[in-house]
Design a protein around this ligand. Structure first.
Ligand SMILES: *Cc1c(COP(=O)(O)O)cnc(C)c1O
Length: 378
């Protein structure tokens, strides 16, 4: 069955075989390391449950979410793979973590004590990952104070420290000196266990950029995000791994017309036809996460040719000028992905918008159905 028969107006088509391939690249770069596959933010827009199920089947050690709500959705879908949440939580949610075997990120002694007490109440052991700030200045106990948290966690009766971790602030910079400093600070904090003759938990710090570029940061576990979905965190790492973008964004032409010379298109009348031209309307807009910033800027592929978006992008619709090109209602237009010999990547769109592929992908809204194929098979 053709994928175009599986949707009626617009869809994000996710090829799971690309994710399989990209995971293989993670394993090639970081052989033997445990893997936390990051699936936060709806698996970077690719669809939380189906992507997490696929990654779990491929044997990743952990799934990574930002919030416990995302983790609960995975548990409700029957996924039993360990889950680490990296973000904050309310004290009212602590029981949810414990009852659903979701691991905490702990960045303060206060949070640790709260978890320890709650775990005691449930008669269970909470699994925690201690977050150390080595320069990101987001969350985490400051590296120079880390002993305090590590000691408290050691003493907490109802908590098991699975790992300690940190996050790079500029892993995609050309100059790696700040990453070096962060790694040094992290290892110094982790030396607490050696200094006290204790068995040390797992150590982890590497995101996609560090997986690609800095083998000595791989430690015990790596946390790939964007590279699983087929994009490089920056141009610096593009020669380091061969990645395949998993998602294509498509819409079906809903309306064909001729615009006469001098007529304007859309809200605000921002585009005037310089001559008579053919145009088509696509049933996709900023309400689907296709940025309004692409008005009079973006391009789409139709019949393997590249055409410009004209006028402002509406909430539900976008107009494309075909010049003297041809297309019928119902034919597929590709907004992200390839068609014939042409290709538009999330990086191309990000460059136009002054952002990064991460934002372009996660912006694709829940209104757009996700369709899953494996090796192009529906
Ligand atoms: C999102 C995230 C990652 C993954 O980063 P990428 O650049 O997408 O590889 C890793 N670690 C943490 C804590 C994150 O929040």
């Amino acid at each position: 069955m053709d994928v175009a028969d599986l949707y009626h107006r617009a869809a994000a088509v996710v090829d799971l075989s690309c994710i399989t391939h990209n995971l293989r690249e993670v394993r090639r770069k970081a052989p033997g390391k445990k893997i936390i596959a990051m699936v936060k933010a709806n698996a970077y827009g690719h669809g939380l449950i189906r992507v997490a199920e696929h990654l779990a089947r491929q044997g990743v050690d952990y799934l990574g979410t930002a919030y416990v709500e995302e983790a609960l959705a995975l548990r409700q879908a029957g996924i039993s793979t360990p889950i680490i949440t990296s973000g904050p939580f309310s004290r009212f949610q602590v029981g949810l973590f414990i009852e659903n075997r979701v691991d905490f990120t702990v960045a303060s002694v206060e949070a640790l004590n709260m978890i320890d007490e709650a775990a005691g109440f449930y008669g269970k052991t909470a699994s925690v990952h201690l977050k150390i700030d080595t320069g990101m200045m987001r969350i985490g106990i400051r590296h120079s104070n880390a002993d305090r948290l590590l000691a408290a966690a050691q003493a907490a009766k109802n908590c098991r420290v699975v790992s300690i971790y940190s996050h790079f602030a500029a892993a995609d910079d050309e100059d790696v000196s700040f990453q070096r400093l962060q790694l040094e600070r992290f290892l110094e904090a982790a030396s607490y266990y050696d200094r006290h003759g204790l068995e040390r938990p797992l150590l982890q710090i590497a995101n996609s950029a560090a997986i690609c570029r800095m083998a000595d940061t791989h430690l015990d576990m790596v946390r790939p995000g964007i590279m699983l979905y087929g994009y490089h965190p920056s141009a610096q790492s593009s020669s380091e791994a061969n990645l395949r973008p998993a998602l294509s964004l498509r819409a079906k032409i809903m309306y064909f017309k001729v615009i006469l010379q001098g007529n304007t298109v859309g809200y605000g009348r921002t585009w005037t036809a310089p001559e008579n031209c053919r145009a088509v309307t696509l049933p996709i807009g900023y309400g689907d996460g296709y940025s309004r910033g692409l008005s009079n800027q973006g391009e789409v592929l139709i019949r393997g040719r590249r055409y410009p978006i004209v006028g402002t992008i509406c909430m539900d619709q976008t107009v494309v000028c075909l010049g003297d090109g041809e297309a019928y209602n119902g034919e597929e237009a590709v907004l992200i992905g390839s068609q014939g010999n042409e290709k538009i990547t999330a990086d191309d769109i990000a460059r136009r918008l002054g952002t990064i592929s991460y934002e372009v992908l996660t912006a694709i809204s829940h209104r757009v159905p996700r369709i899953y194929v494996d090796n192009g098979e529906g």
